[in-house]
Every structure is written in C-alpha cells, then in structure tokens.
Design a protein around this ligand. Sequence first.
Ligand code: AMP
Ligand code: GLY
Length: 417
Amino acid sequence: MKVLIIGRGGREHAIAWKIAQSPLHPQLYIAPGNEGMLTITDAPVELVPIDENNTSELLKFALENKIDLTIVGPEAALMNGIADAFQEAGLSIFGPTRAAAQIEGSKQFAKELMQRYNIPTAAFRTFENYDDAKRYLNEIGAPIVIKYDGLAAGKGVVVAMTVEEADNALKDMLLDNHFGQGKVVMEEFLEGPEFSLLTLVNGEQVVPLVIAQDHKRAFDGDKGPNTGGMGAYSPVPVIPQTQIDWAVEHIMKPMAKALANEGCPFCGVLYGGLMLTQAGPKVIEFNARFGDPETEVVLPKLKSDLLQMMLDILQHHEVNPEFHSEAFLGVVLAAKGYPGKYGKGFEIKNLDKLNQLVFHMGTKRDGEAWLSNGGRVLFVVGKGATLAEAQQDAYEGVRQLECPDLFYRNDIGWQAR
Ligand code: AMP
Ligand code: GLY
C-alpha cells in the first residue's frame, strides 16, 4: 500500500508517524516533508521534492507511482483544488474539494451556512464598506470581534475590547487593505474555554476523535501575538464528555449534513474550533484539515489504525476508534522572533538524546547536526497517566535541548492540571 502525505510540518510528521504504524505496512511518500520525518522507523519513508501547492506535479507523481491513498495536511493545497484534481483522475484522497474547503476558506460562507442550519455560533454581520461597518460598530459597541474574510494565516482576527481597537482593525482591513481586498465579518464576543474537536468525515458520516486544546498566544500567560499554536494537550478536563457529545450531535453532524445538502459533501478532517459558553458549545471557526499542533497530541492518543480508519471511511464503512487512556501534552520550540521575523539555521543540540516523542515542525540536517529551518521548529510530546505527568515529561525533554535561539512557553497545560 502506497500512501502520499502532503505537507511539511509537525502535523504531517504526526500523520506519517501514525500511518507508519499501520499493520497494512504502507510505503510512505511525503511531499515535500522535512528531514526530521526520516526519523520514522516503522515504515519506509521517502521525501518527494514537490511543493505542496504544485497540484499538477503532485498529481503526476501520484499517477506515475500508483499511490493508493493521498492525505492532505495544509489548507492552501485544499483551496488550490488538489482533492478535485485527484478525484477527477480517479485517485483516492482524504481531503475536501475546493467547494467543501470553503468552510475554512470563507468566513462568510461558514457563518451563513451555520445560520441557515441553526448551528450555534456568535451572531454576526458582514461588511465590505468601512462607513457601514463603522456605523454598525457605533451601534453595537465593544467588546466585539473583527475577522478578515479569507485566509490570513490566523492573523486576521481582532478581539477588540474597545471601540477604538475595533475601529483600527476595520481601518486596517477595509481602508488600508492590509490583507488584500476583502470583506470583514463582525461578530458577537463569546466567553468560555476553547477546544478543538477533530472529526473524520465522509458525506454525512462523522467519526469524532478525542478533543484537544491549543495555546495560540506566543508567550506565557496568554500574552503576545497570535501564532499558529505554541502547545497542545489532550484530554481537556474542563470540557465534560456530555458537552463533547452534544457538540458532535448538534454541531459537527449538522455541518457535515449541511455541506452535503448544499452540493459540496465534505471528505476529510472537519475541525471544529469550539467554545464552551454559558449557553453550551458554540462554533468559533471550522477548519477543513487536521489542526496543528492539535494533531500532534490527538494522534498519539489514538489506539486504532488511522490508515485503516481512513480507508474504511472512504468506503462509508462504520468506524469506532479506540483511544489510549494516557494524557499527551506537547510544547512547541519556536525561533526567537516568531510569529514575526526570525532567523534560520540555528543548531539544536541533544535532540537525539530525548526519550520523548518529537515531531519536527521545521528542521533540516547538516551532517550529524539538526538545524532550525522555520518559525515553529520542534514539538516535544510528553505522556503520563495524568496531564501533570505528561507536562512534566514534556518539559524534561524540552529542557534537555540546547539552542539559545529558540523559545517556548513554560505554561502549556498549566491551567488544566
Ligand atoms: P479564529 O481564527 O476564528 O479561530 O479566531 C482566533 C481566536 O480569536 C480564537 O481562538 C478565539 O480565541 C478568538 N475569537 C474568535 N472569535 C471569537 C468570538 N466570537 N468571541 C471571542 N473570541 C473569539
Ligand atoms: N491550531 C489551530 C489550527 O490548526 O488552526
């Protein structure tokens, strides 16, 4: 069985690591991957030097090499229509079409669908024009949330606590076209703990994985700029199982059904970014792919064979995944300066000495040495009977690493213990 994984970060490393353990003994190809992924020893791994956005070359590679299943990591490849191209060529791919991926790519599309199908989310209005948006802001006041409608790499969201902050965001997005020409969604400010619910979906079939929580801000105490995520853990004790079950029934299943009804059935990972408010779980956002870094703690918790699960889901067979009872907690090491400007090529010492599971987010080899090669560089995963033990294990690993040019948060999972 030949499996092609598309992407190059920690998420794709975790997917590859998990797929490699399959009793189906897959041969793995990762495009473009990173050299850290060659540390996987359970199955043969080959890195394919094709950019994740080069759909035509990826398709050519998959056809020539008779790839049995392709798994897509990053959203950009999905928005480029990689699933459409592979499906048209008769290839099996785990990832949504461009139309279905709009659930992540267009906030307006997502919000309107939620409204139409009564899926709980923050009340909202969409604006293209600064004056109209400003008038609405004056009416409704702060706190309010302003979101740029389009892919802005997690940076297009401003949670404004004052009218002035909100107005600045509107000016940025609608007058100065900071992210390009577009619309903004202005939405009601919600409060409560957040969690990520990843589900494997094919049409109306929805298979939930265990939930995780990530830490989006760069620095301790949730300070500093928003990042792609600085750490994650699973399980999330503040979220009761009854609320997770409710979210599967009233949020994830209805959304899968809505997308099918609208003529763009979803196949792949439907990710609910949810908040447990006083009024129950509500949607903050949907993503059309595995979360990063949530995947790096959720897949270690998964006991079942992910490859077999995906093949079964593609055939619409029933799937009931099993999970390990241990807790998993992971800490990101990022280059100083991330998510702003940062350097590359910093040597990381002692990496080969760690007993912990390590996923490479952005590294490269230089002879025997490991060098940083991105903003987020490594993800060190601890495990234990409890979150406190998993946390201790993760930080023991992190502290063994020597690299003065990297930083990490000291409080991943702190409040959850
Ligand atoms: P998003 O990119 O939509 O996930 O938003 C990024 C972050 O902004 C979320 O993880 C939340 O912490 C926060 N956020 C987004 N929407 C809201 C909202 N309606 N109320 C409160 N916080 C929000
Ligand atoms: N960790 C958030 C995301 O993958 O979008």
